[in-house]
Ligand binder design. Structure first.
Ligand code: NAP
Length: 482
């Protein structure tokens, strides 16, 4: 269709073939900047999802037996191709997700890096060998691919969440079925097309889009050939899938929601803290699991920090994501705008003061003003839930222990941000804050070479680094007497 930056496949990708769904149904893809339909993709039936499992199962043995160097070189080609096509992929992401083009470019670079990183990790699958303490046997440990993997991804990083799973799965020797989010299916198909061009054999990567995610996930997870679920999305859906995965005792990696605290101490470098806040809050317009959700600022710096943050947020240009001048695009859909609006209204009703923003923008598309709220009371709902929008609630604290207690007062534990010039304090807070990741004096943690993931109800397992590869492998212990 003419709105798309290039000829993106829109049919199911099963066993290396592109095919429409047998029921003839399509799912519309909407540009959140304009509310216009930009394409439609096939709507898979349960039978087609199971055909994708057939294809992944049929390709599994040969792919696992493919030399690691060869698997790595295919992934490396996928990296090169993604870099080659980065500009048009960024335009596509911006179009179907709404994020500003600069954010989309950043995402493509990040997404491509997973192919490069895991192309290198594919040849570093080491086991170990030791002698049992009794001296009676050698303990040999080998790593083997876990098997057919079901990958379910969200709409907020449509390229990176797919490559963060596909790359380690393929490096480990697993075949997979990817089920992307309904809001952003086009990027997933574009990535599948690149992988085919890179030389991934038929059936190793399959992609199905559906309007009935629950039905398809149930059928796929009921199939005993599927041995791995790797899910990124909300904690709510994660819990449902964990329960379902229990039926066949499927190995699970879960990257779930976050509620990141952003702690600024009096001695922080104000420029660094404000810059970090803009990155941690506004990457993807706030639609990131790592988004700073609660700002705890020590009393001595609170006025200066909040004033500077409000100035920066108020100066952002909010417009269609694809325009080069845009800093902040729309939210992904109408219900996201309603959710953000009701969270802000609730906080204001309970006593928060608006420093900037505070309302939806009346125009076509799903826009909300970049917003800073001051003195948000502990009872405000937005301190307990992911805001997933351009809203920064600020609270003032006095003591370090108070900041840590408040930071940990959540069921989530993905990432925390700490700003101080005192290294001992930074490390003490890092050790005491309940999160899988901590950023000290910076607003970004995502790095393909680092283990990304959360504690508490933010998830299980890690993606990226060597840890991400091991999520797609199982150890086999061989007891040897020689
Ligand atoms: P979501 O509603 O949980 O959806 C995620 C994926 O699960 C989509 O593909 C969705 O398909 C699918 N899904 C929905 N219901 C399902 C069911 N019953 N069975 C199987 N699959 C189902 O999350 P989202 O709104 O797309 O993404 C935002 C969430 O992702 C936030 O909570 C964010 O924090 C989290 N996230 C976490 C990380 C991390 O690394 N920890 C990274 C990015 C995002 P449909 O689109 O068809 O509904």
């Amino acid at each position: 269709m003419s709105d798309l930056p290039f000829d993106v496949p829109t049919d199911l990708f099963i066993a290396g073939q592109w095919r429409p769904s047998s029921n003839g149904q399509r799912i519309d893809v909407i540009d959140p900047s304009t509310e216009r339909v930009i394409a439609s993709v096939a709507n898979a039936t349960v039978e087609e999802a199971l055909e994708a499992v057939d294809a992944a199962a049929a390709a599994a043995a040969a792919w696992a037996a493919t030399p690691a160097r060869q698997r790595g070189e295919i992934l490396r080609r996928a990296f090169d191709l993604m870099v080659r096509d980065s500009e048009q992929l960024a335009e596509l992401i911006s179009l179907e997700n709404g994020k500003a083009l600069a954010d989309a470019r950043g995402e493509v670079a990040y997404a491509a890096e997973f192919f490069r990183w895991f192309s290198e990790e594919a040849v570093r699958i080491n086991g170990d060998l030791s002698t049992s303490p009794s001296g009676s046997a050698r303990i040999m440990v080998q790593y083997q691919p876990v098997g057919v993997s079901f990958l379910v991804t969200p709409w907020n990083f449509p390229a990176a969440m797919a490559t963060r799973k596909i790359a380690p799965a393929l490096a480990a020797g697993c075949t997979c079925i990817l089920k992307p989010a309904t809001e952003t299916p086009l990027t997933a198909y574009a990535v599948a097309s690149l992988l085919a061009e890179a030389g991934v054999p038929d059936g190793v990567v399959n992609v199905v889009t559906t309007s009935t995610a629950g039905k398809i996930a149930n059928a796929v997870l009921d199939d005993p050939r599927v041995r791995k679920l790797s899910f990124t999305g909300s904690t709510e859906v994660g819990r449902v899938l964990l329960r379902k995965a229990a039926d066949q005792v499927v190995n699970c990696s879960m990257e779930l929601g976050g509620n990141a605290p952003f702690i600024v101490f009096d001695d922080a470098d104000l420029d660094v803290a404000v810059e970090g806040a803009m990155v941690a809050k506004m990457r993807n317009g706030g639609e990131a699991c790592t988004a700073a959700n609660r700002f705890y600022v020590q009393r001595g710096i609170a006025d200066a920090f909040s004033q500077r943050l409000a100035e920066r947020m108020g100066a952002l240009k909010v417009d269609e994501g694809r325009l080069a001048t845009t800093h902040c695009g729309p939210l992904v859909n109408a219900s996201s705008v309603s959710k953000v609006a009701s969270l802000v209204d609730d906080a204001v009703t309970k006593g928060a003061r608006i420093l900037t923003g505070g309302k939806r923008i009346e125009r076509a598309g799903y826009f909300y003003e970049p917003t800073v709220l001051m003195n948000v009371p502990a009872s405000a709902t937005l301190l307990q839930e992911e805001i997933f929008g351009p809203v920064a609630p600020i609270m003032v604290f006095d003591e370090e222990s108070e900041a840590i207690t408040q930071a940990n007062d959540t069921e989530y534990g993905l990432v925390a941000y700490v700003f101080t010039r005192d290294l001992a304090r930074a490390l003490r807070v890092s050790e005491n804050v309940e999160s899988g990741m901590v950023a000290i004096n910076r607003g970004l943690v995502s790095d393909p070479a680092a283990p990304f993931g959360g504690v508490k109800q933010s998830g299980l397992g890690r993606e990226g680094a060597h840890h991400g590869l091991l999520e797609f492998m199982e150890s086999k212990y061989i007891s040897v007497n020689w």
